[in-house]
Design a protein around this ligand. Structure first.
Ligand SMILES: *Cc1c(COP(=O)(O)O)cnc(C)c1O
Length: 414
């Protein structure tokens, strides 16, 4: 009930703010920072599947999603879970990473990444990033490798292909280490004609609501290695499905997020739907996860309705990624005109620009109202900390700390 009162209070607050914005000549709808790939057809699917409960645990549609994702991605094997983080946990299990092993990861990431390793007892070693693509910096990587190191995790942040992609893979091969690719931001990005996630030993993708494609929550683990695939399959087989209540919430959130973040009249419809679905809100990363605690419902595989949404979203990724690239061109020109450095596009890479990252003055990251006033957009603030969003300072990740202070991102879909 408290949530209902909160939603109601929010409605009043937002609409008062809207009136104020009208009086100031500010726009009522600005590009959203998530859920921009939801359309009418996704809404229709959500409504149909809310009424098809008997089919919620039908495995055939999930198999179809996995096959189509693998094919689209140019990977041999794909397994679908209820989050990129869960897909990562599946990979950690499949690579047999255990207590006392070490993994090297970028010191500028989302807390759910180190969490997945910690849940398995694996020790996380942070390495600094570079500030051109915000990827793992290969320069000092070797100094972090010990006899306990088993794997390196690299990421392609904001949809950019990371600067040291090949270099990191070379180092890993030299030391006989696994490479896991975090492609949560970069579904569809290419390097030398190949989709990212296919150069390392395995990779994961995310369809959480703020990512490239959207099933509210969801993730896929891929590999081209049959041995890793066998282990993944075992993990997948033993993983539970989310329960009915949670599936109903996920489907309701497709409707809710569409009206909150995509509908042209979202400035008022969003609040109305927040009232209608006041008890259906889903938080991607709960407070307990931020504190490193494994939630009870962690580790689920994907049920049919979410796979159906995934199949539908998969059809649209190329279209939306093309639009993102066009908008990136606009932000590139804005950077050049205003004295900011555009992010690096490495030779032979095709980024997908989930967001367009720029390093600005720290005070511009602290107070973002200038974005709406000057540019008509609200900048995003991934990441507010080295281990986003948990307040963390990593002393030997100086460039990550600079990114935390100065990196904002612009939306790339209108
Ligand atoms: C979102 C995100 C993840 C996790 O994806 P989920 O689907 O939300 O579990 C992993 N890595 C990075 C860099 C992310 O931003």
């Amino acid at each position: 009930m408290i949530e209902f009162v909160k939603s109601f209070a929010k409605l009043g607050y937002h609409q008062a703010k809207n009136l104020l914005n009208i009086s100031r000549g500010l726009p009522l709808t600005i590009p959203s920072l998530g859920s921009m790939t939801l359309d009418d057809d996704d809404l229709t699917l959500a409504n149909i599947w809310l009424n098809k409960k008997s089919d919620w645990y039908n495995p055939h549609l999930v198999n179809q999603y996995q096959t189509q994702f693998a094919q689209w991605n140019g990977s041999k094997y794909a397994f679908a879970f209820m989050g990129g983080r869960v897909a990562l946990s599946a990979l950690i299990n499949a690579l047999d990473l255990k207590a006392d092993d070490e993994v090297i990861i970028p010191g500028y990431t989302c807390v759910v990444v180190p969490n997945a390793f910690r849940y398995a007892g694996v020790n996380v070693i942070y390495n600094d990033i570079e500030l051109e693509t915000y990827g793992l910096d290969a320069t000092y990587l070797e100094s972090k490798i010990t006899s306990k190191t088993k794997a390196i995790l690299l990421h392609h942040l904001y949809g950019l292909v990371c600067r040291d992609y090949e270099k990191i893979i070379e180092i890993a091969q030299q030391y006989n280490l696994y490479v896991i690719e975090d492609c949560a931001h970069s579904t569809g990005a290419k390097y030398k004609g190949l989709k990212v996630g296919n150069l390392g030993d395995c990779a994961f993708y995310s369809s959480e609501q703020s990512k490239i494609f959207n099933t509210i929550m969801g993730g896929v683990a891929v590999t081209n290695n049959s041995k890793i695939a066998d282990k993944l399959e075992k993990f997948y087989h033993n993983a539970p499905y989310p329960n009915d209540t949670h599936i109903e919430k996920l489907l309701s959130n497709v409707i809710l997020k569409y009206y909150q973040f995509k509908h042209p009249q979202r400035w008022w419809l969003g609040d109305l739907y927040a009232l209608r679905f006041w008890d259906k809100q889903i938080i991607s990363t709960t407070k307990e996860e931020e504190n490193g605690i494994r939630p009870d419902n962690y580790g689920c595989k994907m049920p049919a309705p979410i796979a159906v949404l995934g199949l539908n979203q998969l059809q649209k990724i190329n279209h939306y990624n093309q639009q993102r690239c066009k908008m990136a061109q606009y932000w590139h020109e804005w950077c050049c005109k205003n004295g900011y450095t555009p992010p690096l596009v490495i030779p032979e890479s095709e980024p997908v620009y989930l967001r367009y990252p720029v390093l600005v003055e720290p005070k511009k990251k602290k107070k973002l109202t200038w974005g709406i006033k000057d540019l008509g957009v609200k900048p995003g603030v991934w990441f507010v900390s080295c281990i986003h969003p948990v307040p963390t300072n990593l002393p030997d990740c100086q460039k990550a700390n600079i990114a935390v202070e100065r990196c904002i991102n612009f939306p790339t879909l209108k």
